[in-house]
Design a protein around this ligand. Sequence first.
Ligand code: COA
Ligand code: NAP
Length: 289
Amino acid sequence: MSEQSPAPAQSVFREGLLRGQVALVTGGGSGIGLGISELLATLGAHVVIASRKPEHIEAAVAAIRAAGGSASAESLDVRDPERVAAVVQKIAGEHGRIDLLVNNAAGNFYAPSESLSPNAWRSVIEIDLYGTFFCSQAVLPVMKAQGGGRIVSISMTLHYRGWPLMAHATAAKAGIDALTRTLALEWAPYGIRMNAIAPGPIPTEGVRKAFTPPPSASGQVPDVFAIEKAMESYARKAIPAGRWGTPRDIANMVAFLASPAGEWITGAIMVVDGGEWLAKNPSPQMQRP
Ligand code: COA
Ligand code: NAP
C-alpha cells in the first residue's frame, strides 16, 4: 500500500492528449492533487499548482519539471477571493487561457460537532465550499472569452449516508455537489463543463492522520506498523475492489473528463472508490453513550 502514483511517464492516455492546454490545480502540490498535477503535465498541459505552503508547490513544480513537464507555482489561499482573482488574472495574462480548473484544495479533520468551534466550522466550509466557488467564479470570464473550459471539483462519498465527526466536511462537500449540478446548467451555454469526482479512501498524509490515534499524555509515539495493519485490514474488509485507491485513480478520471471523451458529460459526480461507499458499514466513529 503506497501513496505513490505510478511513474508519471506511464499513462493509459495517448501522449500529448492535453498539449497546449493550461490547467490550474488547487492543492496540487500534495496527495491526490499532486497525482492530478503530474498526470496532466505528463499529458502535455502546463500545470499551475496553487496552495498555501511553498514546500508543497515548489517541490511539486520541481518534480514535474525534472520529469520533463511544464509547471509553475502560485501561492494561494482559496478562502481569499481577491487573491484567487489575482492568481487567475496572472495565469490568463501569462498563458492567454485556462482550459481546466481542478478544485482539489480542502481541509478536514475528525472532530465532534458538539464541540466544533465557529472558527473550526468556518475554516473547513470556507476552504472546501467557498474556495471551490471563488475559484470557479474567477475562471469563468477567462473560459467564456476563450469559448469554453472544464471545471472538475473533488468531492467525497461520506455525505451520501452521513459520517459522524465530519459534520463540517460532509456539509461542505454536499454543497460542492449542489454547486456542480447548478453551475453545470448555468454555465453550459458558455461551453463550460462542470463535473465532480467523489474519491474513496486514498492513503494520503491527511488520511493517515485519521488512522493515527491522538498523542497519548505520556507522549508515546504512534505505532506506524499498527496503523499500516489497521489500514490493510480496512482495505480487505471494506473496499470491494480489495485495495486502497491511489492519486492516479483520481487523476485518470480528471484526465478523462478533461479530454474530448468527456465532451457530453456535465453536472456529473463520478464516484471513484473501488465500490467502497456501496458496501460501507456504519462509521467506525459511531459511538453510543
Ligand atoms: N479538532 C477540532 N478543531 C480543530 C482541529 C481538530 N482536529 N483542527 C483544527 N481545529 C480548529 C482550530 O482549533 C481552529 O479553531 P479555533 O480558532 O476556534 O481554535 C480552527 O479549526 C482553524 O484552525 P487553524 O489551524 O487556525 O486553521 P488553518 O486555516 O491554519 O488550517 C485546517 C485549516 C484546520 C482545515 C487544517 O487542518 C488544514 O490546513 N488542513 C489542510 C490539510 C488537510 O486537512 N488535508 C486533508 C484533506 S481532506
Ligand atoms: P492533502 O494532501 O492534505 O491535500 C489537501 C491540499 O489542499 C493540500 O495540497 C493543501 O496545500 C491544499 N489546501 C488546504 N487548504 C488550502 C487553502 N486554504 N488554500 C489553498 N490550498 C489549500 O489531502 P488529499 O487527501 O490529497 O485531499 C485532496 C482532495 O481529495 C480533497 O478535496 C479531499 O477532500 C479529497 N478527498 C480525499 C480522500 C482521501 O481518502 N484522501 C477521499 C475523498 C476525498 P497547502 O497546505 O499547501 O495549502
